[in-house]
Design a protein around this ligand. Structure first.
Ligand code: FES
Length: 90
């Protein structure tokens, strides 16, 4: 199966907001939800939504206002459904 990129902004604004605390939590979530064979986590330069907090992207969908405190909730409520909706059609 070809892995799809799940992109995490590693730009300077997101860095200031704690993206390096989000990263290990995100890696654990990907493991816990057994998405390792489906996703590849990639860092990116600024995704141009700096004023909206830490940003992630899956396909053409952006997820904003992520923080080290809410990443679990954001993942389960927003990111996971987006990933699963793609996976279920292929
Ligand atoms: S630095 Fe992350 S959106 Fe700009």
């Amino acid at each position: 199966m070809v892995k799809e990129p799940l992109i995490l902004c590693m730009g300077s604004a997101c860095h200031q907001l704690g993206v390096y605390e989000v990263l290990p939590k995100l890696q654990a979530l990907i493991r816990d939800y057994q998405l390792d064979d489906r996703l590849i986590l990639k860092g990116s330069f600024c995704l141009e939504t700096c004023s909206d907090g830490i940003t992630m992207k899956f396909r053409d969908q952006c997820f904003i206002k992520i923080s080290p405190q809410n990443i679990e909730e954001k993942f389960v409520q927003e990111i996971l459904p987006a990933i699963q909706s793609v996976a279920s059609c292929c």
